[in-house]
Design a protein around this ligand. Structure first.
Ligand SMILES: [Zn+2]
Length: 351
């Protein structure tokens, strides 16, 4: 009797609950959304969800059968066995699918970064393209290149066992082995649309990272946030790599380690050319407001012919990501947790 009772309860809740819940599951699309991408965000990946979606929302689709920004759509109930949010694979908060078809699969190269956690933030995104440059009659946007660097770096760090959050995400673009990266503005901040106003945009990513950090700071021995940019300066200036640190010793020490390691790689691989890398403190909103030790990297000057040539070369983007990964492994291996108030003084002689 008892068993039968449980059975009935399970069957009933299995049938009725999703229908009940579904009446409330609705959401707005983000810019560039099609039905597929909208559903994928809610982990409705099976194609049968598309038909259900159309049935539920037939009145709200536009003349082409697509989604309209500013219209709220009903999300079809989950099929048995499907869950939202999608379960994390490998305890990783980032689904490797984000790296694209060609790069989504990888095997662990080492466990060197096992107790490390990274927040990788691609500069700009959404309505903000960042720096713009032109070559061969085409317009290049900084945010697309920032994103490619960020994905390559995130994947590398994961391959060495780190826990990695990719804060700015674009579900359409994985790692792209192309010189010309087409522009789009479908990036989100961990799934949320990126606001237009600059201060709201920065605030959004800072708050997301700080919320995660509140949870992560006691779980990991080493946590770093890195925002990736490409600088836009006088076209004559070649800069290679600039690093900016926040006002705390961990951020500063990591910046120096990154610079030194990358400098060494340049010497090894391109011994005939100088390296114009620099490290400095900068009072930037992002660096000031982020709670984890934060670093900002500028990989070259978008307006300089030579820098741009390297930024556009996918092999070179991978090489820089590899060098920065190596540098993080180095930094992590030397990392001794220091308390904020003792270290500031002892470090003042550096630089
Ligand atoms: Zn930028």
């Amino acid at each position: 009797m008892k068993l039968r009772h449980i059975f009935i309860t399970v069957v009933l809740s299995g049938c009725l609950l999703p229908i009940f819940v579904s009446a409330q599951d609705r959401a707005y699309p983000i810019e560039g959304d099609g039905i597929f991408s909208f559903l994928r965000r809610w982990n409705r990946t099976d194609t049968t969800y598309v038909r259900e979606f159309i049935d539920l929302n037939s009145e709200k689709l536009n003349a082409q059968g697509g989604l309209e920004l500013g219209t709220v759509y009903l999300i079809p109930p989950l099929h048995p066995g499907d869950v939202y949010p999608a379960p994390e694979t490998n305890d990783q908060p980032t689904d490797p699918k984000i790296f694209g078809e060609k790069y989504k699969d990888f095997t662990l190269a080492s466990d060197n970064l096992e107790d490390a956690c990274f927040y990788i933030i691609s500069g700009h995104g959404g309505p903000d393209p960042g720096a713009v440059t032109r070559i061969d009659g085409r317009e290049l946007h900084e945010d697309e290149y920032n994103y490619d660097f960020s994905l390559r770096l995130a994947r590398n760090l994961m391959m060495h066992g780190a826990t990695v959050y990719v804060i700015i995400q674009d579900e359409y673009d994985g790692i792209r082995d192309e010189r010309f990266l087409p522009n789009n503005n479908g990036e989100t901040c961990l799934g949320d649309p990126i606001p237009k106003s600059q201060i709201d945009r920065l605030k959004q990513r800072v708050e997301k990272v700080n919320d995660l950090y509140a949870r992560d700071k006691d779980k990991f021995r080493y946590v770093r946030a890195l925002e990736v940019h490409i600088d836009s300066r006088n076209p004559k200036e070649q800069i290679d790599l600039f690093l900016y640190y926040a006002d705390n010793p961990q951020s500063r020490m990591t910046s120096y380690t990154l610079r030194n390691e990358v400098l060494e790689q340049y010497r090894k691989h391109q011994p005939n050319r100088g390296f114009n890398g620099n490290v400095s403190h900068r009072d930037l909103y992002i660096l000031r407001q982020l709670h984890p030790p934060a670093i900002m990297v500028e990989v070259g000057n978008f307006q300089n012919t030579l820098d741009r040539k390297r930024i556009m070369d996918p092999n070179n983007r991978q090489a820089i990501a590899n060098w920065i990964t190596h540098a993080f492994i180095e930094d992590f291996s030397h990392n001794i947790p220091i308390s904020a108030n003792t270290s500031s003084k002892s470090m003042s002689g550096v630089k």
